[in-house]
Design a binder for this molecule. Structure first.
Ligand code: GRG
Ligand code: ZN
Length: 322
């Protein structure tokens, strides 16, 4: 336990695990009702963070898997909660949670892949749901989901990659659609999408030194020029740098210190920046960022699929591309 004084400056693993478990069990709070529409992603952030902390056993996995399955709709996709309309984002969260618990066989992979393949447009892009928004986030999600389901052949992968490449800007970064401003979140989804599509040749890794410029004086990373640092960019930037073999572009000691300074050392959880309120999203991305930097006491994370590497699920994929 971390009950003794002097936790300052080190990761309070047990307290973060306790924070996530307490949050998962709090079903009568205002926050619980306000987050209903994206709960499936919230569960993915929570259970993946717990797995990376080595505490996955602290939650009722069987109950979680049953709840995930109850979010699936007749069209094959998943909604953010039971009886919510399907969206590609929650479909990926569902698939990731099932992979984490090694229960992917409980879904009909063809049905889920069919839902995703219908979202691909003639120019290779993807819409997120029946409302028609296009975003490179959805390109990544489609490729990631179909890869995890072993159904990549259900997509036009080359066209998907070409569309993603068409969202590349003069500064080397990527936006959500062609011509849109570069943002570190979009850089992650585009680099990871091109990785899955085996099309990293469509980007210029050295031009992506834009990512190294995201580190601010306090060690934290921001998502675009002139913006404040935020713990979640530790993931969005570092995962892309890790895929490109350029983690050394960042001062990792300074970034780890920044993430540690965003911990609630008493009650656990990590916030976006020092002194702010903690939340499960930043707790997950802070821990996952630390994992990418090999922080002691944490499991390794896959930068492309955002899942623990422990079970070696992606090992063959990574080896093929090295
Ligand atoms: C499996 C890890 C994983 C992701 C699934 C949803 C998704 C795919 C990716 C999201 C990528 C993305 C766009 C992340 C950025 C999120 C974020 C911090 C947005 C905030 O943007 P602004 O403009 O913040 O509000 P700044 O920091 O620019 O002020
Ligand atoms: Zn953030």
């Amino acid at each position: 336990m971390d009950s003794e004084p002097g936790t300052s400056g080190r990761l309070v693993v047990d307290r973060h695990a306790r924070y996530i478990c307490t949050f998962a069990k709090a079903v009568d709070t205002l926050e619980f009702y306000l987050t209903e529409h994206f709960r499936l992603s919230g569960v993915y952030w929570g259970v993946t963070a717990l797995a990376l902390l080595g505490h996955l056993h602290n939650l009722d996995g069987e109950g979680i898997v049953k709840w995930v399955l109850s979010c699936q709709n007749a069209d094959g996709g998943f909604g953010g909660s039971p009886r919510h309309d399907s969206h590609i984002l929650y479909t990926l969260s569902a698939v990731q949670i099932l992979v984490l618990y090694d229960k992917l066989e409980l879904v009909d992979a063809d049905q889920v892949a069919s839902y995703i393949s219908k979202l691909q447009q003639s120019n290779g892009s993807f819409i997120g749901d029946s409302w028609g928004e296009v975003d490179t986030r959805f390109s990544y999600v489609a490729l990631c989901c179909c890869w995890l389901l072993d159904r990549l052949d259900r997509l036009n992968v080359r066209k998907a990659a070409q569309y993603v490449a068409s969202c590349r800007n003069f500064d080397g970064g990527f936006g959500c659609t062609p011509g849109n401003e570069s943002h570190a979140g979009q850089v992650f989804v585009c680099v990871a999408a091109l990785h899955i599509a085996d099309s990293l040749d469509l980007l210029d890794a050295d031009l992506l030194c834009w990512l190294s410029e995201r580190q601010t004086a306090g060690g934290g990373l921001n998502g675009r020029p002139e913006k404040l640092p935020d713990v979640c960019y530790s993931w969005w930037c570092l995962s892309a740098l890790s895929i490109l073999g350029r983690l050394h572009w960042i001062d990792q000691t300074a970034l780890q210190d920044f993430i540690l300074s965003c911990q609630d050392e008493d009650d656990g959880g990590i916030s976006d920046r020092p002194e702010d309120m903690v939340d499960v999203f930043h707790t997950f991305f802070g821990i996952a960022g630390l994992c990418l930097m090999g922080h002691p006491g944490l499991k390794a994370v896959d930068p492309t699929f955002a899942l623990p590497l422990e079970d070696g699920f992606a090992a063959n994929f990574l080896n093929e591309n090295e």
